[in-house]
Design a protein around this ligand. Sequence first.
Ligand code: ZN
Length: 91
Amino acid sequence: MKLKFICPICGNERLEEVCTGATLSHTVEVYRGGENAEYSETEIHEAYTDRFQCEECGYVLYHDNGSVVKTLEDASEWILDNVQQPIRGGD
Ligand SMILES: [Zn+2]
């Protein structure tokens, strides 16, 4: 079941995952003098979740013990503890 996030500060409903330490790669074409490099689409090979935050105001999700929420599992728990979910059957 998809959970509904509501920011306690601004009421926005979109949550974003902020990642750091990512390793990116793309194809390059090398020209004489280093000019006019052309790129393929960038691939992300590795990234570490730094935090989950409100897409609008940047409110960061924290556990009750003060540590930052860093996994989707914990984000799920945070939302269930902090956001009243619509009552419905199914998915
Ligand atoms: Zn917000």
